[in-house]
Design a binder for this molecule. Sequence first.
Ligand SMILES: [Zn+2]
Ligand SMILES: [Zn+2]
Length: 361
Amino acid sequence: MYQNICSHAQDVITRRTAVRIRPIIPANNPANNRITVALLELAQNGLYCAAGDFYIDPWGPVDRAIVTHAHSSHARPGARSYLTTLPGQRLLQAQLGPEAAIQAVEYGEPLTMSAARVSLHPAGHILGSAQVRIEHGGEVWVVSGDYKLAPDPTCTPFEPLRCHTFVTESTFGLPIFRWPAASEVIEAIHAWWRTNQEAGRASLLFAHPLGKAQRLLALLDPSIGPIYTHAAVDPTTQIYREQGITVAPAQVAEEGPWSRALILAPPSAHGSPWERRFGSASTAFVSGWMRIRGTRRRRSLDRGFVLSDHADWAGLLRAIDESRAECVWVTHGYRAPMVRWLEEHGRKALAVEARFEEDEP
Ligand SMILES: [Zn+2]
Ligand SMILES: [Zn+2]
């Protein structure tokens, strides 16, 4: 296999890149006598694919970056050129600024990058989010970025892909993380909103301003009362609208009355002077972390609603299972518990210390 790779692509793989492609564990897979060849390595600036000469979600300056989605810990400035999906392009441009050189492709559109075949596939995390499928010398790797399997009207559903090595996040990689259905959570938010209206107080709902806020705007019932957003939520929501995503009408919160209103704001606005204009308001947070008892009280919130844009424990295991991967790389979140669990269940797994920080506040 190693021989094959080099001869197959001898005109494009330089000596420098060829030596980087090396067998990883298992060096020999007794099941089919296949030699596993690493298509990615953890380099100083991020996950590097030598066969294709590109990085995925790099954290340092590089020439070519493929970006899985526009959240700040995956989409960082400093690359000479970026590649992402068409539905994610405007969000990425907003994140990186007008100077960033961004190319975009359709989901599933095959590309040749040096010696590798590359395509981007839906990850179901936020608008435009992608898994990166890399194929080279008969070897297929999939980098899933951040993902969820639960339905979300604001983005294309997660596409299960078969591969030899599956690179996964593990943000909520503990068995305690189990998500209720989104419809149940939305019902609970509606009930909280109505109760606040009866008491004559505003409903302040904190959520990630990119992805979660727009998902909420797509799911909430605007007939209950007026919906407003914090100024930090509005530009992203406009991009969603321009991409044809249907979300509830919402104005930037400037003038009341607020007693029947629901206001969507980023978590950083909680406890800020901005909050004072709403007078006596009920505060709530929408996040997977609300599944942990005590989080709500520690953050001085009246309510917590469990809704995440990441897979829960069962979702992570299902995605890993459906990939049929021989080996799993775990890049961020609860890396060690996930690796341990996978190894205990007969799978080869590796904790890879990628610098993708938390993106569910
Ligand atoms: Zn993310
Ligand atoms: Zn992430």
